[in-house]
Write a protein that binds this ligand. Structure first.
Ligand code: C5P
Length: 242
């Protein structure tokens, strides 16, 4: 469950820095250290704070997941991935609904960067979407089936893993193999607000179901004491280790 790196046990937590300004994000980061979590910079923070903040976090030793869910024509996505890699990010993502050729273009472009290339993850179905939401946009399969189909496409196209709901990880482990990374948002420790997420799980359940990384935003960043909330989740999940 926890990945061992050197002597350090790295946390599987990726904190979603969903702040609307760099100051608040950096204020949170100043109170933690890279052994406690990875950091995710998404659309809101990236739009206000831009690449400088991403470089700054990477230079502070954080593994940064740039969550911009690229979805465009293959050439544009491939070039965007190369630009993201240049910022020093550890992980980035594309939207699998962009199709195989788009994902392959991204994967091929990153492969040319050699062994230090960032991880490429495909978004399957957003964890905020229910089966009804999918039907409304013309996708008749269930979210669960659609996630399997999209994950298989992503794997064939050279992606390192997928973003998926923790409710789908057991099935995906069987269909996608042990080395395919499963990154799961929609994580809610007991007692925290569900918010707009629909397919949720606790951190412990998610890891037991085979998640490699847990993306956690509001339960940490909106907690009365965010640092304590992060430490508490780390403590709870470390007790799952043998
Ligand atoms: O606050 P919360 O824990 O719900 O945050 C989840 C984070 O994961 C958000 O930044 C959201 O954009 C992201 N995410 C998601 N579902 C996906 C992909 C990313 O919730 N399928």
């Amino acid at each position: 469950m926890h990945k061992t790196e050197g002597n350090q046990i790295a946390s599987p937590i990726i904190v979603a820095l969903d702040y609307n300004n760099a100051k608040d994000a950096l204020n949170f980061v100043a109170q933690i250290d890279p052994t406690l979590c990875q950091l995710k910079v998404g659309k809101e923070l990236f739009t206000v704070a831009g690449p400088d903040l991403v470089r700054k976090l990477a230079n502070q030793g954080y593994r940064v997941f740039l969550d911009l869910k690229y979805h465009d024509i293959p050439n544009t996505v491939a070039q965007a991935c190369v630009a993201a890699a240049d910022l020093g990010v550890w992980m980035m993502n594309v939207h699998s609904l962009g199709g195989s050729r788009m994902m392959e273009a991204a994967s091929d472009a990153l492969s040319r960067l050699g062994s230090s290339r960032p991880l490429l993850i495909a978004v399957t179905i957003l964890t905020s979407m229910s089966d009804d939401d999918l039907h409304e946009i013309g996708i008749q399969s269930s979210a669960a089936d659609q996630v399997i189909t999209l994950s298989q496409l992503a794997r064939k196209a050279g992606c390192d893993g997928v973003v998926c709901s923790a409710q789908e990880t057991r099935k995906l482990r069987q269909t996608s193999g042990e080395d395919f990374l499963l990154v799961t948002p929609g994580i809610r420790p007991k007692g925290s607000d569900t918010g707009d997420q629909r397919r949720i799980m606790t951190p412990e359940q998610a890891l037991q179901n085979g998640s490699d990384y847990l993306v956690i935003g509001r339960p940490v960043t909106q907690a009365d004491d965010p640092i304590e909330a992060l430490r508490l989740i780390n403590t709870q999940i470390s007790q799952l280790n043998p």
